[in-house]
Design a binder for this molecule. Structure first.
Ligand code: F6R
Length: 239
């Protein structure tokens, strides 16, 4: 695991953004696994700006997002579908047919999850971008008694609801989501994680220095051969 400690979120956004831009320039039809939340926003801003300046094209890039809330209309302002379009896709030349999400409104959840797993198996993610929950979750794989393999419907923990409910001003935050499984995340050829702020310090210490346990789902990344972790000083304070 390569650990890179930087001054702040803006510096991380630039460094991680450059990593993605270079990777896309090298392989224009790269397959990316993408995360939502606050952590990747500066990275998405960097990639968007590079695309606007004509330095990189996302025309042939394919993306698979980690998770989606259950029960929100696709175009709801709080859906992760909307988030990705507002933060990245709308500022690039990516083709809509190349962006993939779990359908949080699927009537047959099991079929939806198996179909996403099949797509991921065929796509072979080149780089998976991750944030981390305060409780060590990746995607929405919450602390548990076992590591998950494929996509599934998860009941979000109090910690996650507490962290994300600030984004829901009108309607209550959904308590369920569909998420990519740990097994699929681990199949990515490279993983880039971003963690900023002191609220992530415990999770970073558990992920990097703790035992590998589903109680801290991110700790499984110790077993992945190609992980880069960008964190700021506040998130790194317990390392
Ligand atoms: C969202 C996701 C989550 C977030 C995590 C951190 O797609 O995968 O694991 O990365 O909850 O969220 P922020 O970055 O908002 O602290």
């Amino acid at each position: 695991m390569e650990i890179i400690i930087m001054e702040n979120a803006a510096e991380i956004g630039e460094a991680a953004g450059k990593l993605f831009v270079k990777a896309i320039q090298k392989k224009p039809d790269i397959v990316l696994g993408l995360a939502t939340g606050a952590s990747p926003v500066p990275t998405y801003q960097y990639i968007s700006a590079a695309c606007q300046k004509g330095e990189v094209s996302l025309r042939d890039v394919r993306t698979y997002n980690l998770d989606e809330y259950v029960g929100l209309p696709r175009n709801d302002k709080n859906s992760y579908y909307t988030f990705m379009h507002e933060q990245l896709f709308n500022h690039t030349d990516i083709q809509e047919q190349n962006v993939h999400f779990l359908d949080g409104n699927a009537t047959d959840v099991e079929a939806e999850c198996r179909s996403y797993d099949d797509q991921l198996d065929k796509a072979h993610i080149d780089i998976q971008l991750l944030g981390i929950g305060r409780n060590g979750h990746i995607g929405f794989n919450e602390p548990s008694i076992c590591f998950t393999k494929g996509a599934f419907k998860v009941k979000l923990t109090e910690s996650t609801i507490d962290a994300n409910s600030k984004y829901f001003d009108e309607n209550p935050m959904p308590h369920y989501a569909l998420t990519m499984g740990i097994g699929s995340i681990m199949k990515a050829k490279k993983i880039v994680m971003i963690a900023t702020g002191s609220a992530k310090a415990d999770a970073m210490a558990a992920m990097i220095k703790g035992e590998v346990t589903p109680v801290c789902p991110a700790s499984i990344l110790q077993f992945h051969p190609n992980v880069v972790v960008y964190l700021d000083k506040a998130a790194a304070k317990l390392l």
